[in-house]
Design a protein. Structure first.
Length: 635
């Protein structure tokens, strides 16, 4: 008591000195710091309690009270980890709202009302090092966790655990490197875990290791801005978010994970939504990538670099995603599933950015979208180098839409060799045993797609191309649609070494655009429609080069076609009348076979050209922009 009275007397006598601070320590680890200018009137109650700035202490809990010239930042709690212990310093203006318990280097905070703190929120600053420490927070108010060169490992749970369901900012201070790790064989859901929203930000670096499950697990949305985030290990997902995931900027690298790189899913306790204005109250399971640099590598069976249970929207950034895992059997859905780079259960929209997808696993997919894949801008490179089989699935660079079996009784469709649309070499008919949904729409951007053993680009429903530049190469159909395929514009080059250049299992409409398609030779053709199923290829416009000919029975209206010879690896300029449309060359590895229909037959160096005026080709190329993997030039 005498020491307390002396400390208070000293503080009061120095109240006019701006730098004087009263330090009230409880236990040996937690110190509340009251600047003299804020302490105000301190009240005793019954000689056993002391109240400062509305926080009441039992005198028996106070281990020391001292004064010094420590500078105090309002609304801030400093937590310093030092080996097996942690020291906590609480700014006096928020001491009444922060209840802190320390056990070794594990800090537990319960935060109450902060509405009275000038509308601001509390910031918890973590620094120092501990091999068995933790920061755990409970409460019901927003706050910031600031990482200031902290290295923290928890041997019995999450390194950071947030029970608070409000928005939490986790910010790495500029110029700092921070490392968080949890333990193996624990019960925690992630190295960083939060029931509420996580905003990862700051101009520093954060390294995360998840040795039990996920590296970062959030019961709400996760957003990333500015931060350099390295996820270097996770037994489960690198980042697992409910409601949605949003990357605005920063640099994110994810590797060493046992499941998906980034996964967004629904919060089952809340009503599901689509995208909302400013994402307010959104529970969409969507993923949004607006900018920054994202590099994700997954290697486990059937895993996804980026997985959205809702929609996946990319509008900017540099995205490099790799998936090398094999297929795996999904007992829930009773089917084999493969690894993929970009994967959405809903729709996928790409309106900007530079995207590189590399799928090397058996039956792997570069891009897989169960809904509608819409490309309006951006640069996309998708490759699938894995093998394929009927049992375990097919490796495709880009796959959009869904084919769903509605009957277990299968009847071979017209054309034989397969079931339903797309069966066999000529395609099957609509047997009624499947439904088709989703599809693909391209109106802009640049797409490079290559698959080693199956289609480079496949829509399980309709495929519409009205703009953009597309290069597709495959040993199967380079471009395939399970239903109607319509081209009204754009620059398209489809090169198959083992099948059709472009194939529609429904009607195929060419109304515009600059098109080059190369087949593997008879009986395959450059442009194929499912004539066995009663469908047809219709050409009413565009500038068309067909190496391998057109589908037998094609309908040409308002255009002129002619057969002409060519040499491989030689530049030609395509002319529509007197107008030079584009330049192209045929790869030296292409088959020389003709095909059925106009320009087909047995000629080893013949191709069909089609245009609205008199089509012709001349040797040499025009000046302009090189496209189509180096096989084309446009003005």
């Amino acid at each position: 008591m005498k020491q307390i009275l002396l400390a208070i007397t000293a503080l009061l006598s120095a109240a006019s000195v701006q730098a004087q601070t009263l330090n009230v320590t409880t236990g040996s680890n937690v110190t509340d710091q009251y600047p003299a200018t804020q302490a105000g009137e301190m009240t005793y109650t019954s000689g056993t309690q002391l109240t400062i700035l509305n926080k009441t202490y039992n005198l028996s809990e106070i281990t020391s009270m001292t004064t010094d010239e420590t500078s105090v930042t309002d609304n801030q709690v400093n937590i310093v980890y030092n080996g097996s212990e942690a020291l906590v310093y609480v700014a006096g203006n928020v001491a009444q709202y922060v209840n802190v318990t320390v056990s070794g280097a594990k800090v537990y905070v319960n935060q109450t009302n902060t509405d009275a703190v000038d509308g601001d929120e509390i910031t918890y600053v973590l620094s120092g090092t501990s091999t068995d420490g933790q920061f755990a927070l409970d409460g019901s108010y927003k706050c910031t966790v600031s990482l200031n060169n902290v290295t923290l490992t928890n041997q019995s749970g999450a390194a950071i655990s947030i029970g608070n369901k409000k928005r939490i900012q986790i910010s790495a201070k500029s110029g700092t490197t921070n490392t968080l790790a949890d333990c193996a064989n624990g019960s925690q859901k992630g190295c960083i875990y939060s029931k509420g929203q996580i905003q990862l930000q700051g101009n520093g670096t954060l390294n995360v290791y998840g040795y039990t499950k996920h590296a970062i697990k959030c019961g709400d949305y996760v957003s990333i801005k500015n931060l350099t985030l390295n996820i270097l290990n996770a037994v489960g997902d690198g980042i697992n978010a409910n409601k949605y995931f949003l990357m605005k900027s920063g640099t994110v690298t994810i590797s060493g994970v046992g499941d998906d790189g980034i996964q967004s899913d629904y919060e089952s306790d809340d009503a599901t939504t689509g995208e909302t204005t400013d994402h307010e109250d959104e529970n969409s399971a969507n993923t949004y990538i607006e900018g920054g640099t994202l590099d994700v590598t997954v290697t486990a069976a059937a895993t996804k670099s980026i997985k959205a249970s809702g929609d996946l929207n990319i509008s900017g950034g540099t995205i490099t995603v790799k998936a090398s895992g094999a297929y795996a059997y999904d007992s829930t859905d009773s089917e084999y599933k493969s690894a993929s780079c970009l994967n959405s259960d809903g729709n996928m929209t790409i309106s900007g950015g530079t995207i590189t997808c590399t799928a090397s696993g058996y039956a792997g997919k570069g891009i897989k979208c169960d809904g509608v894949l819409t490309v309006t801008d951006g640069t996309i490179s998708a490759t699938a180098s894995g093998s394929s089989s009927d049992t375990y699935g097919s490796a495709k660079a880009i796959k959009a839409g869904t084919k769903t079996e509605v009957s277990s009784s299968r009847l071979a469709g017209p054309g034989g060799g397969g079931w339903g649309p797309g069966g066999g070499g000529g395609g099957g008919g609509n047997s009624g045993n499947y439904t088709y949904s989703g599809g693909m729409v391209v109106s802009g951007g640049t797409i490079y797609a290559k698959a080693s053993s199956h289609e480079a680009i496949e829509s399980k429903n309709t495929l519409d191309i009205s703009g953009g530049t597309i290069y597709a190469e495959s040993s199967d159909d380079a471009i395939n649609a399970a239903s109607t395929l319509t081209i009204t514009g754009g620059n398209v080059y489809a090169y198959s070494t083992g099948n059709d250049g472009m194939d529609a299992n429904g009607n195929f409409y060419i109304k515009g655009g600059n098109l080059v398609a190369i087949s593997a030779g008879s009986p395959e053709v450059a442009f194929d429609a499912n004539t066995e199923g009663g469908y047809k290829l219709y050409i009413t416009g565009g500038n068309v080069v067909a190496v391998g000919g057109l589908e037998s029975g094609s309908s040409l209206s308002g255009v002129t076609s002619r057969s002409t010879s060519y040499n491989k690896n030689t530049w030609y300029t395509f002319k529509n009348g007197s107008t030079s449309a584009f330049s192209f060359k045929i790869p030296s590895t292409a088959s020389s076979g003709g095909g059925w229909g106009p320009g087909g037959g047995s000629s080893s160096s013949s191709m069909t050209i089609v245009a609205t005026s008199t089509p012709s080709i001349s040797t040499g190329s025009i000046s302009g922009t090189t496209i189509w993997n180096g096989y084309g030039i446009v003005n």
